[in-house]
Design a protein around this ligand. Structure first.
Ligand code: IDP
Ligand code: MG
Length: 137
């Protein structure tokens, strides 16, 4: 059993897809340990995506991630990081497998509906960035 961090991004929250996406998450066997809706501040988005700060899409990504509320979540289950990456699909929805969240719902390579941690180490960092211990039950 381990954990990963998920964000349902502004494009998906705007289109009322939180329940649809969480259905896919639960169907995969992952459990939603904690979930809250929030607006990311510009500073939070910049820190969260700081690994991409030299990329040409960085400013646009920060603007998009702060354009509306997001749903941040902690997911738990067997091989949580890779299980969730698999049901998310490829970054670019054009490359995503059938039935994945991004294939079903993403609007573009940027507005691609969901975030998922890419390693156990980053999952821990990202969970601690958004949740306190008492919120994780
Ligand atoms: P990931 O979300 O699949 O892990 P990353 O490469 O870590 O993909 O990129 C982080 C986020 O930055 C993506 O989910 C997407 O929102 C955005 N992004 C990535 N590549 C591009 C691009 O080429 N153009 C615009 N936005 C991008
Ligand atoms: Mg990534």
């Amino acid at each position: 059993m381990n954990r990963t961090f998920s964000i349902i991004k502004p494009d998906a929250v705007k289109r009322n897809l939180i329940g649809h996406i969480n259905q896919i998450i639960e169907n995969s066997g992952l459990k939603i340990v904690s979930s809250k809706k929030m607006y990311l501040t510009k500073k939070q988005a910049e820190i969260f995506y700081s690994v991409h700060k030299e990329r040409p899409f960085f400013n646009s990504l920060v603007e998009y991630m702060t354009s509306g509320p997001v749903q941040v979540q902690v997911l738990e289950g067997n091989k949580a990081v890779s299980t969730y990456r698999k049901i998310m699909g490829s970054t670019n929805p054009a490359d995503a497998d059938e039935g994945t969240i991004r294939k079903l719902y993403a609007e573009s390579i940027e507005a691609n509906s969901v975030h998922g941690s890419d390693s156990d180490e980053n999952a821990k960092i990202e969970i601690e960035f958004f949740f306190s211990g008492s919120e994780l039950v």
